[in-house]
Design a protein around this ligand. Structure first.
Ligand SMILES: [Zn+2]
Length: 346
């Protein structure tokens, strides 16, 4: 039976768009290339991407606290350049896209499209003109903050903590939302606290996403969304990406069946509250990044409930086995985020 489900999942992945809306790819590539590695994406990710049928991957640009504030801009630009350079030899298979035409061309030619998104506006300091500069570098999405306070917002606590942090967007944060929307960049509310979410809901005019957050009702963690937030985001036309970080999802990686079951419960709950058109995947696979950076300001210890993108197939098979319809799964594995990105990039 399990083999049948896996084959069914593989067929669905092959025939339909598959999207990971959050991967710290640029940060890992930058770090590994600094230490002399080359062809990082090709050697560490490409086989799994192809195996799982990944068509679109959002690479975050994530600057660790040890580089802030002084080196934030420097490191963010370095990450974008490093990722572009790393993809150059495999440009016929995977490439950065910055507009609708490039996205459609990549998809049409069977290439994997990579979108860039800033995970926190720390690199711009307080200068909103730098948002324009990042747009010109190809960045098309941004979260106001990672789990730390900056000039724009306060953020929620880190995944391993359990602290309710209060305080929403600053005046500059509201201006940043308006500027991002004016530029044609999407707003990502993963890592905002509850006050910050409410403020984005109040000032955003366009649909926004939570690229890598789970459901609070399934596991109480401040990185996750409450049902009212899930409903509000969906009502605006946004999409929520299910996160496979064990601390956030609320499971240990072993036994494997329970890890996958935990992820299924998040997917199913999000679908039941948001509706099937507003749920996707933003796996947030962190083991690669944490192995590449000696001192991150968050602790990851082999915490990813899926070990690589190939294991997406296991998750999809499990969802089918639990009764999810093929139509719903097609949206969740990528159709919903692709529809959203097409709109943003238009
Ligand atoms: Zn994150």
């Amino acid at each position: 039976m399990e083999e049948v489900l896996l084959e069914w999942a593989k067929a669905i992945h092959k025939e339909n768009p598959v999207v990971d809306a959050h991967l710290d790819l640029a940060a890992e590539v930058y770090s590994r290339r600094l230490y002399g590695e080359r062809d990082v994406v090709e050697r560490r990710y490409l086989t799994d991407f192809l195996e799982a049928g990944v068509n679109v991957c959002v690479s975050s640009v994530f600057v660790s606290g040890r580089d802030l504030p002084e080196k934030g801009l420097h490191v963010a630009m370095g990450q974008i350049a490093a990722l572009r350079e790393d993809l150059e030899p495999v440009r016929d298979v995977i490439c950065v896209v910055t507009n609708r035409e490039e996205l459609e061309t990549a998809l049409g030619e069977g290439r994997i499209a990579v979108l860039l998104s800033l995970e926190g506006l720390d690199p711009v300091g307080t200068d909103l003109y730098l948002l324009r500069a990042f747009y010109d570098l190809g960045v098309r999405g941004a979260g106001l903050t990672w789990s730390r306070p900056n000039a724009f917002a306060r953020g929620c606590c880190k995944a391993g903590e359990m602290l309710e942090i209060r305080g929403g967007l600053t005046e500059l944060g509201r201006e940043a939302v308006a500027k991002l929307e004016e530029l044609g960049m999407y707003v990502d509310v993963s890592h905002l606290n509850n006050d910050g979410f409410a403020d984005v809901l109040g000032c955003a005019r366009r649909p926004f996403v939570a690229s890598h957050s789970d459901a609070w009702s399934v596991h109480e963690n401040y990185r996750n969304l409450r049902d009212d937030q899930i409903g509000a985001l969906a009502a605006r036309g946004g999409v929520i990406g299910v996160n496979v970080c064990g601390t956030i999802a609320g499971a240990a990686i072993y036994p494997r069946e329970q890890a996958v079951e935990c992820l299924c419960r998040h997917v199913e709950h999000l679908v039941s509250v948001a509706g099937e058109e507003h749920v996707g995947f933003g796996f947030d696979l962190c083991n690669g990044l944490s192995a590449s950076v000696p001192r991150l300001d968050f602790q990851v210890e082999e915490d990813d409930l899926l070990l690589n993108h190939r294991e997406m197939l296991t998750l999809s098979a499990a969802l089918l086995g639990r009764g999810m319809s093929e139509d719903t799964l097609v949206g969740v594995i990528g159709g919903n985020f692709l529809r959203y990105f097409r709109t943003v990039l238009s």
